[in-house]
Design a protein around this ligand. Sequence first.
Ligand SMILES: NC(=O)c1ccc[n+]([C@@H]2O[C@H](COP(=O)([O-])OP(=O)(O)OC[C@H]3O[C@@H](n4cnc5c(N)ncnc54)[C@H](OP(=O)(O)O)[C@@H]3O)[C@@H](O)[C@H]2O)c1
Length: 378
Amino acid sequence: MSKDTLNNLRRKIENLDVALLKLLNERAEVSVQIGKLKAQDGLSVYDRCREEAIYRYLAQHSQGPLKISDINKIFGEIISVSRKLQSSIACNESESQVKSGSVSNKSTPSGNTSVYGIMGNPVAHSMSPLMHNAAFRLLGIDAIYLPFEVKDLPGAVAGMRALQIRGASVTHPFKTRVLELIDEIDITAKKVGAVNTLVLEGDSIYGTNTDWAGAVRSIEGLLPIKNNHFVVVGAGGAARAVVYGITRKGGKVTVVNRTRDKGLALAETFDASFAPLVDIVKVSGDCLINTTSVGMYPKVEETPVPQGVLSRYKAVVDIIYNPFKTRLLKEAESAGCMVANGLDMFIFQGVEQFKIWTGEEPPVQQMKDLVVEELETT
Ligand SMILES: NC(=O)c1ccc[n+]([C@@H]2O[C@H](COP(=O)([O-])OP(=O)(O)OC[C@H]3O[C@@H](n4cnc5c(N)ncnc54)[C@H](OP(=O)(O)O)[C@@H]3O)[C@@H](O)[C@H]2O)c1
């Protein structure tokens, strides 16, 4: 190839890049206008259905040579930047509400401030403080939610009574151990076998579980639970909440797990069937749910299930939300399945906690937007 031809082609690329840049900036301006409308109407920046519609529309209009997977990657970045633009508009809107006095911005806690928190180890990565503090602020509730990295669980529970901490989330690795340290456990937590929510009532601590409710909300965003068959991969704490939620709502479950005894025990508790993970190719259902940590950041190349089995399912849920789209979900999408990540499960377990602690309906969209924005920037 002559040098002139190469230079001509490069000039062509430069002209195309400038044209693309102009279009991208025009697109960003329209996205900002949409962001303003969403902020005015209190709508969520993140709209999964709308984003999926954009990808479908692009796939229909592409004439190649780019592959659909490449187009999805490129537009994934464009959409992510648009979300960030729209999130900053939503945050400015919240701040101006605070400034105008329509919501409280009490930044220094006083003796009257109610204290809530999350007990876990580690907890530094937890999105719960961001979500609950935003809800307190936006509703003008004089309360604060803190991350407590617990080294001594009995001490932490005793400290909750002593310090009159009004409520706490409980996370890994304490959801089961905390059962024996509190005064009362409701029937849901007993059935799930784990507590993720503590409530201080006088000097007594009462424990419940809202993980199952988050899981149900997340699944019902894709398909009804009643009379459908769910293959739940994993048999840890999260799996217990998921299986409880599905059976409570009238769904049928097959538990699939690497360790036979653990999987069998979970299946027996909820009258479900069991298959070892090596036999995943022998099972099928309407919806597959991954409750293992396989595929979670930083090991994003891993997947718990071979790609070949995914086309047997109408829907696939991965309760991981970091990354947003695990390898499992990408492969499930390619196999034509409806997909959902663990974000809704996380948000709605928190929404239920907030309602229990305050009796108020929290601002779900804003909580979700903040978590999405934080996950995208970290
Ligand atoms: N979205 C949400 O709101 C939410 C809530 C809770 C948890 N989660 C996520 O759910 C995941 C599990 O949490 P958990 O508390 O249930 O953990 P856990 O109690 O430790 O259970 C982990 C499960 O994953 C299985 N597993 C782990 N590594 C595996 C591998 N390499 N191959 C096959 N199976 C493997 C384990 O199988 P064995 O029994 O064979 O060891 C076990 O069944 C985590 O990623 C967590 O972040 C999300």
